[in-house]
Structure formats: C-alpha cells, structure tokens
Design a protein. Structure first.
Length: 240
C-alpha cells in the first residue's frame, strides 16, 4: 500500500511539473473560468434587477450564484481533466506505465491527485472572484471547516470522475466528443449535492438535524465509491 501510494504521488508530481512547464493548459482553464463567471455574473445581475426588494434580490443572487459557481467549476474540470490520459496515450508513455512494475491503481490515483491539485489551484482564484461577480457570500455563522470540506470533497469527486472518464475515452477516435458523454452523467450526482450544500452554506441553513452534515456524508460516500470502483476497474482500461 505504501509503495503504491508513493508511485501515485510520483506520477502526480511528474504531471504537475510537466503542467507548470507548459503553463498553457492551466492558464486556459483559469481564463475559461474567469470568462464564464464574468458572463454569468452579467446575466445574473440583469435577471435579478427586476426584483424590486433589495433584500429579496440579495437572497436570490446568493442562492443562484452558489449554484453557478459549481457549474463553472464543473465545466472547467471537464475542460482540464479530459487530457489527463489522452496526452499519455498520444505520447506513448501510457504503454510504459502499463508495463512498469507498479499497481494499476497507483497510475489512476496519481492522476486523481494531479487533477485535485490543479483544480484546487484554479479554485483558489476562482472562488473569491465568483463571490464578487456573482454576488454571493457564505453565511457569517458557518464554520470554515464545512466550507473547506465541501470544496475538498467536491474537487476530489470531480477529479476522480474526470480521470476515469479520460481513461475510458482513450480508445475512441473522437475523444473530444466522447469525453463529455462519459463525464457529464457520472459527475451529475456530485454536482447536484455540491450545489445544494453550497446554497445551504450561503443562506445559513442550520447545521444540526437533516441538512448540510447529511449531504456531506452522502458526498463522502460518493467520493469513496467513485475512487474505489474506478481504481478497481482501471487495470482493464490500462491493459486494453
């Protein structure tokens, strides 16, 4: 287990170093996210302008803005995760990974860690900008731990789904067309949970009883299921 995890970390480090040398893909993800937030912010401002009451308008912008944030993260992740395995396949390094004496799940987990860190870096800039352009803030009585847990679990879930979707679309001739078809339905469950949790955090739903804690537990279960299931079957994808 320890050696397998060290291989995964080494693969993630290799991908991150390669990405930082290119810089183009990371910059493209960031630029896409900023443009999407800016456009959605204009649409949201125009749509809520017809609400006469300022307090009601703020509530509407808060609820809709929280959902729009994860929509932007969702499509930014789809844009960033798609080449995770496709580039390995095109350069021929995937064949070397399949022949290397390392567990197949280490390759998959390394890609998930890479996607998680890459999306996390994008979100560090995206979330504060989104809060300004989309006009929403988190409730004052919400613990930062719940906010951090939501974004960590959500990003990890999308990274796990994105990495597996990228692996499954490697044999396809039209990878750019097939990838969204695989990624979208698989990640929709996490997206629905994340939008609802973030909306609750924004409007200040109580943390006791049915609510945020329950949804976070469900989201944690979804993350565990996606990572373990994908890591288990990834061997067949790597050797096909």
């Amino acid at each position: 287990m320890g050696s397998g995890l060290s291989y995964a970390l080494a693969i993630a480090k290799k991908d991150l170093v390669t990405q930082m040398r290119k810089r183009f893909e990371a910059f493209s993800m960031f630029l896409f996210a900023i443009i999407a937030v800016f456009v959605l912010g204009l649409v949201l401002s125009s749509a809520t302008f017809i609400v006469p009451d300022p307090e009601t308008r703020l509530i509407v912008m808060t609820e809709i803005g929280a959902g729009m944030l994860w929509v932007v993260v969702f499509f930014t992740g789809m844009f960033g995760f798609s080449p995770v395995f496709i580039s390995e396949s095109e350069t021929g390094t995937l064949k070397g990974l399949s022949l290397a004496p390392i567990p197949a799940w280490s390759v998959y987990l390394g890609k998930v860690i890479y996607g998680f860190i890459l999306m996390g870096l994008v979100e560090l800039f995206l979330v504060p900008i989104s809060m300004g352009l989309l006009g929403f803030t988190f409730a004052a009585d919400v613990s930062p731990i719940f906010i951090l847990a939501t974004f960590c679990l959500g990003t990890l879930d999308l990274a796990a789904v994105g990495a597996m979707a990228s692996a499954l679309t490697m044999p396809a001739e039209s990878k750019a067309t097939v990838y969204p078809i695989v990624y979208f339905p698989t990640a929709t469950t996490a997206l629905i949970l994340l939008v609802e949790i973030t909306r609750m955090l924004a409007i200040g739903i109580p943390l006791v009883g049915p609510g945020i804690v329950d949804l976070l537990i469900i989201l944690s279960g979804h993350v565990f299921a996606m990572v373990t299931l994908s890591a288990t079957v990834f061997h067949f994808t790597l050797t096909s």
